[in-house]
Design a protein around this ligand. Structure first.
Ligand SMILES: Cc1cc2nc3c(=O)[nH]c(=O)nc-3n(C[C@H](O)[C@H](O)[C@H](O)COP(=O)(O)OP(=O)(O)OC[C@H]3O[C@@H](n4cnc5c(N)ncnc54)[C@H](O)[C@@H]3O)c2cc1C
Length: 401
């Protein structure tokens, strides 16, 4: 056990008044969880990119120190990654073998990326990160160890729960993922005005599975667009793989330290509805409470829609668009925090008819809308997840469901 503050990417987590940090060796994890008598739930940290990687008056189980190995398996072309790896490190480790995985738009996220679904520019071709899982090893919240394999356990409640809702159920020590051949990508980036957004989306809804659109709408008013394609496109920049992906938008520089929350939504194709809602959306973006607030979106669909609804906890298989709302405020400014969260909820309300699902990539068990998020993330499967939670984590060592 260590009282030192961890170095966390997420500033809100980094500033939390945590009680301490646990950095166990692999063999110590089952006993630690089984005999945990400290404040619950334990927070688990892999990439440390979410606001709940560390919290006030809580302990953080930091896997980054002793669970950071990546092993390439030539025989079956899979990669075994430990529970505290960042996706960028996995991409880098696979480069010498000419292989890759469906990582997201940034190399910064850790294993939380995979466990919460994991959607990236290759997902329209090869599915979500959870669709590429072959093996999951770890410790249930009750301290029992497990090793589940796709070939044996696909179709079980346990496999389904871990593929998309693992943060509520278990501490994952290792994952085995299918890899794909490393392929060049073509990037087409431009900026535009809000009125252009529906046209961009309309065009993208016709894309073949090798292309995807992502866009970013900064509170200050500008929109950035990035098309990523697996085939050569005119006026595009070639990159050698996801490890060279440029950022969707430049990180704005603000004088104050910011805290924030991110909410991910999911909705089907349907640009007509986006067109209808655009005037209200533009008005809401104009009155965002801080210029660092934003609305961004990535395109999924194609292969992500081919997996059956009932084999993972990612139930929104009809989704083509994943918008995410980022609400920020100056650290420590409670009225500004309230305004930012109210704006986030208003924007969520506006987009709800278009995007009825939630992508639960960030936990918000400290916010009033946690229950609503759970219901919209898991739908009717939430009852099954709660049964699994009661069985595998009855004392609530991990976040509540
Ligand atoms: C810059 C950036 C870009 C992103 N781009 C994408 C994208 O393109 N596509 C996408 O789908 N998402 C994207 N995300 C969202 C990101 O994947 C999720 O927020 C994810 O949960 C972050 O995981 P983490 O391990 O970095 O964070 P952490 O804060 O360390 O963990 C996040 C959650 O996962 C749980 N967790 C982490 N590791 C384990 C483990 N080993 N066992 C059990 N539970 C664990 C934690 O309890 C926590 O609740 C992005 C996030 C950022 C910051």
């Amino acid at each position: 056990m260590d009282q030192a503050k961890p170095d966390l990417f997420n500033s809100q987590a980094a500033d939390a008044g945590m009680l301490g940090i646990l950095q166990p060796q692999p063999g110590q994890l089952p006993e630690l969880i089984q005999h945990w008598r400290g404040p619950r739930p334990l927070r688990v940290c892999s990439g440390g990119t979410t606001s709940r990687a560390a919290v006030d008056q809580g302990w953080t189980l930091d896997l980054r120190e002793h669970f950071s190995q990546v092993h390439w398996d030539e025989a079956d072309r899979t990669v075994l990654i430990e529970g505290g790896c960042r996706m960028g490190d996995v991409l880098a480790a696979l480069l010498p073998y000419g292989r890759t995985i469906p990582a997201g738009l940034s190399g910064l996220p850790g294993v939380g990326y995979v466990l919460t679904g994991g959607m990236g520019p290759l997902s329209r071709q090869v599915g979500l990160a959870v669709d590429n899982l072959q093996e999951i090893q770890g410790i249930w919240g009750n301290g029992d160890s497990f090793l589940l394999k796709r070939e044996q356990h696909l179709g079980s409640a346990e496999w389904r729960g871990l593929c998309g809702a693992a943060p509520f159920l278990a501490v994952v020590e290792k994952l085995r993922l299918t890899t794909q051949p490393l392929q060049a990508l073509w990037i087409d980036q431009s900026s535009g005005r809000p009125e252009q957004l529906p046209d961009w989306m309309e065009e993208a809804e016709q894309f073949a599975s090798g292309s995807s659109l992502q866009w970013h709408w900064q509170g200050s008013g500008t929109l950035q667009r990035m098309r990523i394609s697996c085939t050569e496109e005119p006026v595009s920049q070639r990159i050698e793989g996801l490890h060279q992906l440029p950022p969707l938008a430049a990180k704005p520089d603000f004088p104050q330290r910011l805290h924030g929350e991110v909410l991910g939504l999911l909705g089907p194709a349907g640009v007509a509805s986006w067109r209808t809602v655009l005037p209200q959306l533009s008005a809401l973006m104009l009155r965002c409470p801080h210029p660092g607030c934003s609305l961004s979106c990535q395109q999924i669909g194609a292969a992500t829609g081919r997996e059956s609804v009932d084999v993972t906890s990612f139930v929104h298989r009809d989704a083509m668009w994943k918008p995410w709302i980022t609400a920020v405020w100056p650290a420590g400014d409670e009225p500004a925090r309230q305004r930012a969260l109210a704006w986030l909820e208003e924007l969520w309300g506006l987009l709800q008819p278009l995007c009825p699902g939630v992508h639960l990539a960030q936990l918000h068990d400290h916010l009033p809308f946690h229950q609503r998020e759970l219901e919209q993330a898991f739908g009717t499967w939430l009852a099954g997840l709660r049964r699994l939670k009661a069985d595998r984590d009855p004392d609530g060592n991990l976040p509540s469901l």
